[in-house]
Ligand binder design. Structure first.
Ligand SMILES: [Zn+2]
Length: 469
């Protein structure tokens, strides 16, 4: 995610999300009941226990004038324990029907986003099962945590960490990645863009049906659907990877010019972090009142204020956030520190010839005595503070680390760290331990000063030898 403009340069960004209440103790005590949450330190009720999702097949019919959303989502999962009842996360329209393995199932909605499903027959550990949920009702404006509406009458879904529950039921946690397909039907004059490869785009009578398949595992907040009267830009990488980018009406010509550099941006990032991990790429340029851009997998969404730096940031996230995802939300620096460092330091240094060491020294001079700048720690910033210091202190932390351990160790360590967690999850403690394993230097004090403290690091860590004037 990247907030538009530089309003977070020195103050906390106002992207505050309340944490959920503690899990329901009664249900987690019954061994045949799937836990309603997975105990994330910030969002304990996100995700659910007792099963592992392999694939989502989401079918929606959306009518822009009435905002009516009709959905039928099928979840292909495997039970990891015996289950008499289990939960999905869903905050979308009214549920009409639920079935498990083709048999009608009882369901109940409770809490902020829990959909409790009770199959006719209990589920056995290790066996696959299929859940279908049908729902219908108006899509609701969720202010950056789901549906957002465009002045054209179009609509899209975006938000981190929460947004997917507004349009389909899922196991909404970074810990359960699954493949994803969308089949969407809209009035014929509208277009539908999502993540992955487009598999169908058929107009019959007055309806258009569009299919998108995300063949590599993806997380809920990294899926999206965007409905508008898009224009397209189709490109290819030198290796043949197809790129589809979409532009809502009124997006500016400069956005198309930036997106034409996507092959170059992918080449640049691949050179830093290893082969591009997905089968397609692109971007979705929105015309709507939205203050952030988001790294939706393969095809980020871009706010009207986005620029080249935003695109580099969201493309870097395809490695940091999408290919390798946080284990818990307290690990958010892995995503944002690297995306910001790539866009704010590495691209300017290597493509535009900027002296980023000088930029670093200037930033330290400017903010060293600014208490607010150091107030939120980079590692474990606290619920509601995930999207604050990571943007402005993340890049200087990583630049200092690179200068502390040297380019050769830094770049090989980050590449190997990513590869070791491919299509999975990683944490900040794992990152620290991995980098430490590659360096003969004891980095304990360095990491502690940069990641855990709420004051400027001491001189020796602020200015490793290679950064001294
Ligand atoms: Zn970001």
């Amino acid at each position: 995610m990247r907030l538009s403009g530089w309003m977070c340069a020195a103050v906390a960004c106002a992207f505050v999300t309340a944490s959920s209440p503690p899990a329901n103790a009664d249900s987690s005590a019954d061994p045949l009941v799937g836990a309603p949450g997975l105990g994330d330190p910030y969002y304990p009720l996100d995700g659910n226990g007792g099963y592992d999702v392999r694939h989502y097949r989401v079918g929606i019919d959306y009518d822009p004038p009435s905002r009516l959303l009709t959905g039928s989502t099928t979840v292909f999962a495997t039970a990891t324990q015996a289950l008499r009842t289990f939960n999905l996360d869903f905050a979308g329209p009214e549920v009409r029907m639920a079935s498990v393995n083709g048999l009608p199932a009882a369901f109940d909605r409770n809490g902020e986003h829990e959909l409790t499903v009770t199959p006719l027959l209990p589920l056995l550990p290790g066996l696959p099962f299929v859940v279908t949920v049908d729902y219908a009702g108006p899509a609701v404006d969720t202010e950056g945590e789901g549906w957002t509406f465009a002045p054209s009458g179009g609509a899209f879904v975006a938000g981190e960490p929460h947004s997917a529950t507004s349009w389909y039921p899922l196991n909404d946690t970074p810990l359960d990645k699954a493949t994803f397909e969308l089949h969407a039907t809209v009035p014929a004059e509208w277009e539908v863009v999502s993540t992955g490869v487009r598999t169908a785009n058929v107009v019959r009578d007055d309806k258009r049906t569009v299919g998108w398949v995300t063949a590599k595992p993806v997380l809920g907040y990294l899926t999206t659907v965007a409905i508008d009267k898009f224009d397209y830009l189709e490109q290819r990488r030198a290796n043949g990877t197809p790129l589809i980018s979409a532009f809502a009406p009124n997006t500016e010509g400069r956005h198309r010019e930036i997106e034409q550099r996507l092959p170059e941006i992918l080449d640049f990032t691949e050179h830093l972090y290893g082969p591009y991990p997905f089968e397609t790429a692109g971007g979705i340029y929105l015309d709507a009142d939205i203050e952030f851009s988001l790294e939706t997998q393969t095809r980020p969404i871009y706010a009207p204020k986005s620029d080249l730096q935003t695109v580099v940031h969201e493309i870097a996230h395809q490695w940091w956030g999408d290919w390798v995802s946080v284990r818990h939300w307290s690990d958010i620096c892995l995503n944002e520190c690297f995306a910001s460092y790539t866009a704010d330091y590495l691209w300017p240094e290597r493509i535009e010839g900027e002296n980023v060491d000088e930029n670093y020294r200037e930033t330290i001079r400017k903010y060293r005595d600014n208490e607010k700048f150091w107030r939120v720690p980079l590692e474990n910033p606290g619920a509601g503070y995930e999207f604050t210091s990571v943007y402005y202190r993340g890049p200087i932390f990583l630049h200092a680390l690179r200068k502390q351990i040297g380019d050769a160790v830094f770049f090989s360590a980050v590449r190997d760290f990513l590869a070791a967690h491919a299509y999975g999850n990683a944490s900040m403690p794992e990152f620290r331990a991995f980098v430490q394993s590659r360096s003969p230097m004891d980095l304990t004090g360095f990491f502690d000063a940069w990641l855990n403290r709420t004051e400027p690091p001491p001189e020796e860590y602020l200015f490793p030898e290679a950064l001294r004037d």
